[in-house]
Design a protein around this ligand. Structure first.
Ligand SMILES: Cc1ncc(C[n+]2csc(CCOP(=O)(O)OP(=O)(O)O)c2C)c(N)n1
Ligand SMILES: [Mg+2]
Length: 1026
């Protein structure tokens, strides 16, 4: 109210009504400003193009007869004409000046629940708004009502700019100290005398509750309460009236924020635990980094409120992602992870299980427990994450989506995601935007995420003014029409109120929502950092700011909700719990990484032979059945019109099936279809994957004359098959790869594939590849069988459509180049078990078929990085017979030479090893040079883990051959740097392996077709030299 009074005191007194009615800032001035004409009703045939709108002679030649008629009717019975004309004729006859007789017609819309006609409150309209001109409602009344409406709307739109959000009172959350002029009452035509005038409330506000009209004073007071205290809400940009009204109601309804004593005590108890946890850690491990929550302890009650409300509304499982700040506190007090497990992380203990582990504030967890407030069981998972801020966001979404999918929770009523963010990271990291853009896509939505920003108004040492260009750190959320609730962390009840609204919003609209807790960071970035170096004034203020717990306890004591003894008692009880756990933790001798697993696969590993791979070949019947389905239009749908080009493709597929061969696309469909037959869920996601970038896949057929009528043959293979999802994604790699990785974490019995448009683009998801896919199992003991399909080959398409950067994946493979594992029956599977991922470049559809199926046949899960072809998709030789896919066939890690060279191996002069598409170039060159007997070519299909045993066998087969690795990539790229030391280990120094390929290069490929061909010829000549 302080602001209201100050501003009102500054109001310019209003000039007398009508003559000088409304100043230039008046709301209805566009209706009222008059011209100089002296007569009231002018009938003119001359149009005054430059006349002000109010004097626009709408009574022109053709309309004058109409008006005259109406005027006569009005004289007979004023009710016989529209009220606007009634008003016009009344004012005109009463002598209103030109332009002043016009009254805008009332809204044709039916009055809302909360609305009363202006006329019905005429008796209340005292003061300077007294009716003039013969008892009619005059322009001033309308103008003032419009002004009131505009004021209400201004508060709804911009009230948040002046809400008191910063608990330190130093800066503005929107980085702007100015008051928007619409919230300055001098902008409107009121003075103190107007304050007690009563105004009808428009249907766009709920401040009245049951009352339909309020005094201006009360209107302003209620608006201040709703929009300018400790909650600032941005929501009026949402383009749904229903949603805007919903929020207005939640913020404006009188008494909406009132809480009973039990609710207040619960906040206090939760705040006590949150605060007690940090101070306990600070005492016991004063020099340890823990990225404490001090300054935003309210986060814990806030999260619990979101969880309580959501469980009450039906949610059973919550998947969370969060950064370092306050993570241990969340694990302890939100997830209720045993304190002993947390405390043992502070002791330098040996791990009892495999893996290299991670620092304590990155680890995940999974808990199932009873929510005591709602008395319902709940599952909480915090997904492990790297230091890379926000990178976990899409992973959480993918995991959530998968959980919803397996539960049949198509609307997100049972499973939800909760994402926590830091202020600097939320606005700084592009992945936040990419993740938001998944939020409403049919195959990626999680049906609403609750985002909570721990906005401590600093990022490490950087001030917000240097870390963002947008007013708020949350502005990125506006792109998806998410409401944003900014709230002062030191007002726990306001924080709880917005958390409740956020949970209800999600449950009602299934859309994202953001809670921005404006707080501070009591310590440095971590506990051993000195914040006074860089933020001296802020930290001086922080030192003098009491803890929110103390402030809130004091408030509740004042209100008589609790006694000082109770406050002390709750604190001491929690202290005791911590002490007991501390004592128990000290007895532990080992830590267990498994205790920190975020996605347990119960029943998957149990009772399995860890080295037994199921067969990947399938019955011929299965191949024929899938092949035919993939070659046919929708059954029983003659009216489904298929594109002629697709008809040709289907026909050629059918011919292949009849000839018992598959090309790449059909081989893939056989792999997917046969897994679906076994009840495995298959999901293929990525840019344009439905058709396939190279127009080879066509997993979705489109009716040529009916919009959105489609047919997905793989969804209709078998009546009891597993579900198949194929979905074109948003144009994001970071977001979508992260999402699919998360999806793959939920259930091991699913083949989850992500395909890059061209392999080259995978590096925009480098963070997910490095931090999660390559190293996730080692750090967090969790596995993933994600398949990355990366089109890769040098085919003259230039530097950006050639290389998936195979070398980079190989460089991150964890097998030892100097170690040849013991040879045994289980050599291959043991290698797979021990490595971090599989990198392969298949040259045949049959091998592609097997390697996809092997992902599921393995008794564990490993990511598969697959270089996939482009020109080979249509290469006549890149076809495989059914014979290579039926029972008793398997994935070939190495495809040995099968031609003439095998007839006399000791006469072979050169043994070429290669991988992928270059094989076909080499073969062709060998034919052309008639060197089939002199040169043997072996294909290394699985590059990593390196098939030491099979490479050794091939080398031994050709004892007199020179050994050579041929590749199309540059020497510092492709496989060479990976295979070279491994060849040396295989051969133990007995034979050399030379290199045939492009020289080293900075760019993956030339942009010149000519140069490309020259390079190719050179490498083939080099390889063919005997
Ligand atoms: C992608 C990324 N870049 C840089 C860092 C280094 N870093 C760690 S914390 C931090 C500041 C984060 O600020 P904010 O998001 O506001 O969270 P706060 O620490 O204030 O809670 C930075 C830059 C990081 N962890 N991740
Ligand atoms: Mg911060």
């Amino acid at each position: 109210m302080h602001r209201v009074r100050t501003v009102l005191n500054n109001l310019v007194p209003l000039a007398p009504l009508i003559h000088n009615a409304v100043g230039p800032e008046g709301f209805a001035s566009w209706l009222l400003r008059s011209g100089n004409a002296s007569c009231t009703v002018m009938v003119s045939s001359t149009r005054h193009y430059n006349a002000p709108v109010q004097t626009e002679p709408f009574l022109n030649g053709s309309s004058s007869a109409y008006v005259e008629e109406m005027y006569n009717a009005w004289l007979a019975d004023p009710k016989s004409v529209h009220v606007s004309w009634d008003s016009f004729f009344r004012n005109s006859t009463a002598g209103a000046a030109p332009g002043q007789a016009y009254q805008p017609p009332p809204s044709l819309a039916a009055p809302g629940r909360n609305q009363v006609p202006v006329t019905s409150i005429a008796p209340y309209l005292g003061g300077s708004g007294a009716p003039a001109l013969g008892g009619q409602i005059n322009e001033k009344v309308i103008d003032d009502h419009l002004a009131v409406q505009a004021i209400i709307r201004s508060y709804q739109i911009r009230g948040h700019h002046i809400a008191k959000l910063d608990p330190l009172g130093i800066s503005s959350a929107d980085l702007d100290d100015k008051h928007p002029p619409e919230l300055l009452y001098s902008h409107y035509s009121f003075d103190e005398a107007d304050m007690d005038r009563v105004f009808k409330l428009p249907s766009t506000t709920f401040i009245g509750g049951k009352e339909k009209a309020l005094s201006l004073r009360e209107i302003l007071r209620r608006l201040e309460t709703a929009y300018c205290r400790h909650i600032g809400c941005e929501f009026m940009f949402i383009n749904s009236l229903e949603q805007c009204n919903w929020i207005r109601q939640k913020l404006e309804s009188p008494g909406i924020m009132e809480m009973d004593h039990d609710e207040k005590r619960l906040i206090l108890a939760r705040l006590t635990r949150a605060t007690g946890f940090e101070s306990f850690l600070a005492r016991k491990w004063s020099s340890e980094k823990r990225f404490g929550l001090e300054g935003c302890e309210i986060l814990i009650p806030a999260m619990k409120q979101v969880i309580d409300k959501s469980t009450e509304l039906g949610v059973e499982s919550i998947v969370m992602g969060m950064p370092h700040r306050g993570r241990l506190n969340v694990l302890a007090n939100v997830c209720r992870k045993p304190l002993e497990q947390i405390f043992t992380q502070f002791a330098a203990l040996e791990a009892a299980d495999d893996g290299s582990g991670d620092v304590k504030y990155h680890l995940g967890t999974y808990i199932e427990r009873l929510n005591r407030v709602t008395n319902k069981n709940i599952r909480l998972a915090v997904v492990a994450n790297p230091s890379h801020l926000e990178a976990v966001d899409p992973v959480v979404q993918g995991k959530t989506r998968a959980e919803q999918f397996y539960r049949g929770d198509g609307e997100g009523k049972k499973v939800m995601s909760l994402l926590l963010h830091g202020d600097a990271a939320f606005c700084g990291q592009g992945i936040v935007y990419e993740t938001f853009h998944l939020s409403d896509l049919p195959d990626y939505t999680t049906h609403g995420t609750v985002h909570i920003v721990v906005n401590n108004q600093i990022g490490f040492t950087t001030d917000p003014r240097h870390s963002r260009s947008s007013p708020y750190c949350t502005d990125v959320a506006r792109v998806v029409n998410a409401p944003i609730f900014h709230v002062n962390s030191d007002d726990p009840e306001s924080v709880m109120h917005v958390c409740k609204i956020a949970a209800e919003w999600r449950a009602t609209f299934h859309k994202d929502v953001v809670i921005d807790i404006v707080c501070y960071r009591r310590n440095g970035h971590n506990e051993i950092d000195e914040p006074m170096f860089t933020q001296p004034l802020m930290y001086r203020k922080i030192k003098n700011t009491p803890h929110v717990l103390d402030k809130y306890a004091e408030k509740l004591i004042q209100e008589g909700v609790v006694t000082p003894e109770e406050v002390k008692d709750v604190k001491e009880k929690y202290e005791k719990i911590c002490e007991e756990s501390y004592v128990n933790a000290r007895k532990e001798t080992h830590i267990k990484y498994k205790d920190w697993l975020d996605s347990p696969w119960s029943g998957f590993f149990e009772g399995k032979d860890p080295l037994k791979v199921s067969p990947t070949g399938v019955k011929e019947d299965t191949l024929v059945h899938i092949g035919k389905r993939m070659s046919s239009p929708p059954p029983n749908a003659a009216e489904f019109i298929i594109h002629k080009g697709i008809e040709r493709i289907l026909k050629s597929r059918m011919e292949m099936v009849e000839a018992r061969v598959v090309d790449w696309a059909l081989g893939e469909a056989m792999a997917f279809g046969s897994l679906l037959k076994e009840g495995i869920h298959v999901r293929l996601s990525g840019q344009d994957v439905e058709r396939g970038t190279f127009s080879h896949r066509h997993h979705v057929l489109h009716h040529q004359t009916v919009d959105k009528a489609t047919y997905r043959p793989l969804c209709h293979m078998y009546p009891d098959q597993g579900p198949y999802t194929v979905c074109n994604s948003s144009l994001s790699e970071f977001g979508v790869v992260g999402f699919e990785l998360g999806y793959s974490m939920t259930n091991p019995n699913a083949l989850v594939c992500w395909e890059a448009q061209f392999g080259d683009f995978n590096n925009t998801a480098q963070c997910i590849i490095d931090q999660f896919i390559s190293s996730g199992q080692a750090k967090w003991v969790r596995q993933s069988g994600l398949v990355m399909l990366l089109p890769h080959a040098l085919e003259g398409m230039g530097p950006e459509h050639s290389s998936a950067r195979l070398e980079r994946f190989l460089q991150m493979s964890s097998d030892d180049p100097d170690y040849f594992p013991p040879e045994s029956e289980e050599f291959a599977v043991r290698q797979l078990h021990d490595i971090n991922w599989i990198v392969a470049n298949c040259s045949t559809p049959a091998n592609y078929f097997h390697i996809l199926r092997r992902q599921i046949a393995l008794p564990f899960r490993k990511p598969l990085i697959l270089m996939t072809p482009k020109s080979l998709l249509r290469h006549p030789e890149a076809r495989s017979s059914f014979d290579l896919m039926t029972e008793n066939t398997e994935f070939l890690r190495v495809i040995p030479e099968e031609g003439a060279a095998t007839e006399n191996p000791s006469g072979v002069k050169k043994l070429l090893f290669c991988s992928g598409k270059v094989y076909y170039d080499l073969k062709k060159a060998r034919n052309e040079k008639k060197l089939e007997k002199d040169i043997a070519i072996a294909r290394v299909e699985q590059i990593s883990p390196f098939p030491y045993d099979l490479v050794k066998k091939e080398c031994a087969k050709y004892p007199n051959a020179a050994l050579c690795w041929a590749q199309e990539e540059a020497k510092n790229q492709g496989s060479w740097t990976y295979v070279q030391p491994r060849f040396n280990t295989t051969l133990n120094g007995s034979r050399d392996v030379s290199y045939a390929g492009r020289p080293t290069a900075a760019s993956p490929a030339t942009g010149s077709k000519m140069q490309h061909l020259r390079e190719l010829t050179a490498l083939l000549d080099d390889a063919m030299a005997v």
